[in-house]
Design a protein around this ligand. Structure first.
Ligand code: ARG
Length: 457
């Protein structure tokens, strides 16, 4: 006990089982660089208050740089008793610079330190995730541009509904991922609030200049209350929610592509690089990448709910329960990092079968267009819906396609049908009619592509 950072008031030893239960170094070591960066800034802040001499500050600064170099070279040796990343770095600093290391923690607590480290660490990861999101949007947009001529059946309830452009389908996901990126960007100012200088809970007694610290560490604001500064983990909850939503989008795209890659659909084929075979059935090519994407979405959602269960009901300021906040954050970052990259690669390498998509366009998918034909002749839509429905039934009864009905057949249903009704049976025309903003026409799909391209630049 007495050898521990906090051991002064202790005489008994810690149970080794408790020691193992208590330590967080095996996961929070990931924040070593953030921890060192925070300490370097804090030493400067102490120096500005006259708590450290310039020599002392410089000794700490180069000592911390040496600790950093050890981590980076994979040479940092974790010792038993290195409870967490903060104690490990400080222990090593002491070995390198000697007694002056004991001045670093003046007025600071691991409570404001850990909150600062987490925000610093997550900030870099969010920037990286934003890059991966943009790459995914880029892959979708590039495909949408390349495949813009391809038509496919659009579905509601997974039943054939109306013809759409394949690109229109891809872009629907691109817009989701764009929103995910925008949400993360809007999250940054809330993430970028500095807890350092909150002390253990009550604030800093050496008047450290927190505005200066914020600037030094690239934070855009200062946590305005020290109890809040040490208690707050909303940024973890918010990040986990944003991550869950992104994974939901990824899982839905994965599910669509899994369905489209079955022999029954046959619209898409995954590149070998993102499929696996069966150990028993030689013919199998399974969309494992997509299934993993779909499965991993559950994992991030679990990170979020698990964390929130830990976070709720905590009394004010730091409680050791909060040590459980890091693993879900790390896991969500890792899962998102992998998932976004795999999704991008799957999209970029996907092979599509445009003929199969076209074969699945059936005349009944133009029944709405037939109703709209009559609308253009002045018949109220509610009536035209019934008339077109009767035409569908007539074709069904005769065992033919709706487009096989003659003009005189149609005339028995309504006198407004004329020879030009035959022009309705055209999938391209059906698609290009939908040319209001957001529609599936060539012009409006191109506008979506242009909009996203502009956002990407
Ligand atoms: N390892 C701890 C955590 O992750 C650091 C903060 C410890 N603070 C304390 N008062 N025990 O939460």
């Amino acid at each position: 006990g007495a050898t521990k950072l906090w051991g002064g008031r202790f005489s008994g030893e810690t149970d080794p089982l408790m020691e193992a239960f208590n330590e967080s170094i095996h996961f929070d070591r990931r924040m070593y660089a953030a921890d060192i960066r925070g300490s370097q800034a804090y030493a400067k802040a102490l120096c500005r208050q006259g708590i450290l001499t310039t020599d002392e500050q410089q000794a700490l600064d180069s000592g911390l740089a040496a600790v950093l170099a050890e981590w980076q070279a994979g040479k940092f040796e974790i010792r038993s008793g290195d409870e967490d990343i903060h104690t490990a770095n400080e222990r090593r600093l002491g070995e390198i610079v000697g007694a002056v290391a004991g001045k670093l923690h003046t007025g600071r607590s691991r409570n404001d330190q850990v909150a600062t480290d987490m925000r610093l660490w997550l900030r870099d990861e969010v920037e990286a995730l934003l890059g991966f999101m943009r790459e995914l949007v880029g892959a979708l947009v590039e495909r949408a541009q390349r495949d813009v001529d391809v038509l496919m059946p659009g579905y509601t309830h997974l039943q054939r509904a109306q013809p759409i452009r394949w690109s229109h389908f891809l872009l629907s996901y691109a817009f989701w991922f764009q929103q995910d990126a925008q949400r993360l960007e809007q999250f940054l100012p809330r993430l970028n609030q500095l807890p350092l200088g909150s002390g253990a809970l009550a604030g800093n007694p050496f008047q450290v200049d927190r505005e200066w610290l914020a600037q030094e560490l690239g934070f855009s604001s200062v946590a305005p209350n020290s109890l809040y500064g040490t208690s707050d983990r909303d940024f973890v909850a918010e990040f986990l929610f944003h991550g869950s939503l992104t994974m939901i989008h990824i899982s839905r795209l994965a599910e669509d592509l899994i369905i489209y890659s079955t022999a029954e659909f046959g619209f898409v084929q995954l590149a070998d690089a993102y499929s696996t075979g069966s150990s028993l059935m030689p013919q199998k090519k399974n969309p494992d990448s997509l299934e993993l994407l779909r499965g991993k979405s559950g994992r991030v959602f679990g990170d979020m709910t698990g964390f929130m269960m830990t976070y709720k009901g905590l009394p004010s300021t730091y409680n050791k329960d909060m040590q459980e906040d890091k693993e879900p954050m790390f896991d969500a970052v890792d899962t998102l990092t992998g998932s976004l990259q795999i999704t991008t690669a799957v999209i970029a390498t996907l092979r599509i079968n445009a003929d199969k998509m076209k074969q699945c366009l059936t005349g009944d998918m133009l029944a709405t267009d037939l109703a709209e034909y009559l609308v253009r002749k002045g018949v109220p839509f509610r009536q035209t819906h019934h008339i077109s429905g009767a035409a569908v039934k007539m074709a069904e009864d005769r065992g033919c396609q709706i487009s096989d009905l003659s003009v005189s057949d149609l005339k028995t249903l309504h006198e407004a049908f004329e020879d030009d009704v035959l022009l309705v049976w055209n999938f391209e025309k059906s698609v290009d009619n939908r040319s209001s903003i957001g529609g599936t026409s060539r012009v409006t799909v191109q506008a979506q592509i242009d909009h996203l391209k502009q956002w990407l630049n």
